[in-house]
Design a protein. Structure first.
Length: 141
């Protein structure tokens, strides 16, 4: 697997230290958004997969989001990301997947009834790597 160029950054929302949201898409680095589950549920939501993916793609910007953001903040966030991933072993049809798709953000997740979503098995790590590589190559065009 090729390591992609760039810098290693993990951003936890809010995105800027002064609390301001980025106003336009970051075209320098491929940016991936994910839901950061905590506590005993973190592996049900695929945090083990996400942590491995972050090691495999260190040149990408990883943005984690939890609870507490309002609709405007989420809309701003979808505007700056290039991909949303959700390797959940637990939830059925996550709202965030549909929301990301409606904002034009490609998604890779385990479960979704939306045909635009790319499905991947959270227990098949290579499948996730290949799908992210495909999205990265499309982004570079």
């Amino acid at each position: 697997m090729q390591v992609l160029p760039g810098i290693v950054r993990t951003i936890t929302t809010p995105l800027m230290s002064n609390g301001e949201w980025w106003k336009k898409r970051n075209n320098l680095y491929f940016t991936i958004l994910y839901y950061k589950a905590e506590g005993s549920f973190k592996n049900r939501y695929g945090m083990d997969v996400i942590n491995r993916l972050k090691l495999s793609f260190p040149g990408m910007v990883w943005i984690s989001v939890g609870k507490g953001l309002n609709e405007k903040q989420m809309s701003d966030l979808y505007y700056i990301v290039d991909l949303y991933i959700r390797p959940s072993r637990w939830d059925g049809d996550p709202f965030m997947v549909r929301e990301a798709l409606n904002h034009g953000v490609p998604t890779i997740s385990t479960f979704s009834s939306d045909k635009r979503n790319i499905k991947a098995d959270p227990d098949n790590f290579i499948e996730w790597v290949k799908e992210i590589e495909k999205q990265y190559l499309l982004w570079r065009i």
